[in-house]
Design a binder for this molecule. Sequence first.
Ligand SMILES: *Cc1c(COP(=O)(O)O)cnc(C)c1O
Length: 339
Amino acid sequence: MKSNDIDLDNLTFSFTKTRSMYVAKCELGGEWQSGNIVPFDDLQISPAAGVLNYGQGLFEGMKAYKWDNGKIVIFRPEKNAERAARGCSRLSMPKIPANLFLDAAKKVVRDNADYIPNTKQGSLYVRPIIFGSGAGLGVAPSTEYTLVVYVSPVGPYFKGGLSPIRLIVTNDYHRAPLKGTGGVKAIGNYVPGMLPSGLAKKQGYAEVIYLDAAEEKYIEEVGAANFFAIIDGKVITPELTGSILPGVTRESVLYLAHEKMGLNIEERRISVDEALTADEVFCAGTAAIIAPIGSINYQGKEHIFSEGMVGRITKELYDALTAIQFGTEKDEFQWMTEI
Ligand SMILES: *Cc1c(COP(=O)(O)O)cnc(C)c1O
């Protein structure tokens, strides 16, 4: 789609095709070769490819913004580069070099700059995928790997500002076991969540809250976002045990809470019973940034937080983070990479 034909002022969080994408390749046992910008199009792939048969692949997600001063920036892409490299190792794929990952992201954003909405209207979602593209039959690492970076203009997750969401704790499904792949953005982690998430949505909930697979007692995550509870002014989030995805937003929220707002932070296990006593709860991730949680259904009972409104500390954290991302305040921690 031509950028002129897209209504950049009325975007939702959905996929819109743009001009181009970036493609790079790597042979098993070799080095990643720098790739190229090519027109956005379907890929050609062997039916015997590792990704199609065994799910050998991962994805990343970042946002690029077009500030009012015309600068184009990406939020902490080096963090995503690091995480992608860790994911490659876990999934037996050749480690993507940070410079190649960052160069690819910047080139695609630059080439599709006319698709970026103004900051108030949204952002350009940057989606790198790395997968086994070589043909093979046995369950073994693919013989060839492909990095594709594509982008899509997206609208704000919440039209008309922050609005608290309703969640439900699932006792029927787990997202990730200990010592599995929950700590990396393996593509195979996400399909299993579609059924519980779909069931929750049918009942009017925005997402499910997953408990730990070993004891079914501690909160892990909210769909594909990290969980936070504010108790007595402390900002508490589940510690990274290996089954929880280390979110870039999660880390940024903890950093801002401690360094900028002077709040105590705790990374530790948090039982669902304790979470239900919290003064405020929210979840955090690239797509929604920060989503206040208005209520949690646990074992058939609805628990309301902050009287169903946006909590004070939640709002302060949202304002502090978005001020940096949207360029309305000084980028004091050098989180924004200009392209
Ligand atoms: C991507 C993701 C997050 C959020 O990570 P960000 O880096 O903040 O976008 C949280 N949980 C899961 C399971 C995810 O896939």
